[in-house]
Ligand binder design. Structure first.
Ligand code: SF4
Ligand code: SF4
Length: 440
């Protein structure tokens, strides 16, 4: 059977129940679906396991990030391929991410899997509230215990010190319902009212009670990730990674700028100057993209992911798999190395297109915005829209964002641009983001 024949939805549903050879990770058994070894041998498999810090668990180098609720057959296929680290959250898909994982892990050897879920907390969340929410996660996941409970997007040092959280954790651990704790952070949602990623995560490391961190790290955004990793290593705290692919969809940016102009909004000279600057940057990026044949950006994306996985302080790289095609392409990166040639390609990309990427967990320019626009958060949502293909999710997030949105940028001289250390044409990027993300 050729690969094309295998990677269709119907066959995938059948093959997703097959166990993985070599790593001792059991599937649900071929009897259930009646597949053959010949079929399963065509799937990429996890090739490397890393010790997950002080937890001691041997985790697959690629983990499953589930910010969207993936179909159960996709989850089954990934687990059968050897992924044994699952990252989810109460809020992902409003609980359906956890529910689908619960279905996929049913009947599997629970001890062979490491499941992390997350809860959004406030500084004054009580132990009772946390315990109640945690038990709902456990119900949705259909599991007696959860391996790690993370504070989701911890917004301040106060949140990680929350007494209610630590009281609830102590109780849940004593009841055998929870094993470890962690913290995630991808930057302040509202720069002026929250602590920055570095402060929160270094605070979690120094606190000493957390076992796993989920942090932003990619080849265009190495700080403060590397500093946090070095500090975490000294305490044997495990590092898991998100936002590992900063490659943007720049190849059709010129077209999108034109569409924005055609929207009928009044475009004054000052605004036109911004678009010209944005277009200049887009032209430069387009030249790079054509020269390196990156219309299909798989190659550069793979190099970006390998950059992360090759850092010895990274334990698990969480990836989202949107399709069966993604599984075939991205799982084959397990255990692979970034070659010198690919490293050079990343360096060239950084020269050619990096000044259109708003660094995750940055937020520096937000202090200069008179309208208090959460620039970094809006451009992150736009990244979900453009790069991750999560259009609906990104639009919902934008719609739910409180306060002023990027439509106010149309009437602003763009104070934020002068303070961006990466020289991004911020105003134009925000206008494009607003056009993408608006529901109307
Ligand atoms: S363009 Fe103006 S309103 Fe928009 S983020 Fe920048 S400073 Fe704020
Ligand atoms: S636009 Fe620049 S300064 Fe503002 S958040 Fe993005 S990278 Fe940071």
């Amino acid at each position: 059977m050729n690969k094309k024949g295998i990677f269709n939805r119907r066959n995938f549903i059948k093959t997703s129940a097959i166990g993985i050879a070599g790593l001792g990770i059991p599937g649900k058994g071929s009897l259930l679906y009646g597949e053959t070894e010949e079929t399963t041998s065509s799937f990429p498999k996890i090739k490397k396991l890393n010790t997950l810090g002080r937890t001691g668990f041997k985790a697959s180098d690629i983990g499953l990030g589930t910010s969207r609720a993936f179909d159960v057959p996709i989850l089954n296929a990934l687990l059968d391929a050897g992924i044994n680290y699952i990252d989810t959250a109460e809020s992902y898909g409003r609980g359906s991410s956890e529910r689908n994982i619960g279905k996929a892990i049913e009947g599997r050897d629970r001890k062979s899997l490491f499941i992390t879920t997350k809860l959004h907390l406030k500084e004054d969340s009580t132990a009772e509230e946390i315990e109640k929410k945690f038990n709902k996660c456990r119900d949705r996941l259909k599991t007696e215990y959860i391996d790690c409970l993370m504070i989701h997007g911890a917004s301040s040092i106060g949140v990680i010190k929350n007494k209610g959280f630590h009281t609830a954790v102590k109780k849940l651990k004593s009841e055998g319902k929870l094993r470890f704790t962690g913290v995630s952070n991808h930057g302040a949602r509202f720069g002026r009212s929250e602590d920055v990623m570095e402060e929160v995560l270094m605070g979690a490391v120094n606190d000493g009670r957390f076992d796993i961190l989920l942090i932003v790290y990619n080849f265009l955004k190495t700080d403060p990730g590397e500093k946090i990793m070095a500090a975490a290593k000294k305490k044997n705290i495990a590092i898991t990674i998100m936002k590992s692919n900063p490659i943007g969809r720049y190849y059709d940016m010129k077209e999108r700028i034109e569409k924005l102009k055609e929207d009928g909004k009044e475009v004054d000279q000052r605004t036109l100057n911004y678009f010209n600057r944005l277009q200049e940057t887009a032209d430069r990026s387009e030249t790079f993209i054509k020269k390196h044949n990156l219309q299909n950006s798989d190659e550069i994306r793979d190099a970006a992911l390998q950059f992360v996985m090759n850092n010895p302080n990274v334990n698990v790289l969480n990836l989202a798999f949107r399709s069966f095609d993604d599984i075939e392409k991205m799982l084959s990166l397990s255990g692979s190395n970034l070659t010198r040639n690919k490293q050079k390609q990343l360096e060239k990309y950084a020269e050619g297109a990096a000044d259109l990427y708003c660094r995750h967990a940055c937020g520096i320019c937000e202090q200069s915005c008179p309208e208090n626009i959460p620039v970094n958060t809006i451009l992150r949502y736009n990244h979900y829209f453009e790069t991750n293909g999560s259009e609906k999710y990104a639009m919902e997030k934008y719609a739910n964002l409180s306060g002023a949105k990027a439509d106010v940028c149309n009437n602003c001289p763009g104070h934020c641009e002068a303070t961006c250390p990466y020289n991004l044409p911020v105003k134009g990027l925000l206008q494009l983001a607003d056009r993408n993300l608006c529901l109307v």
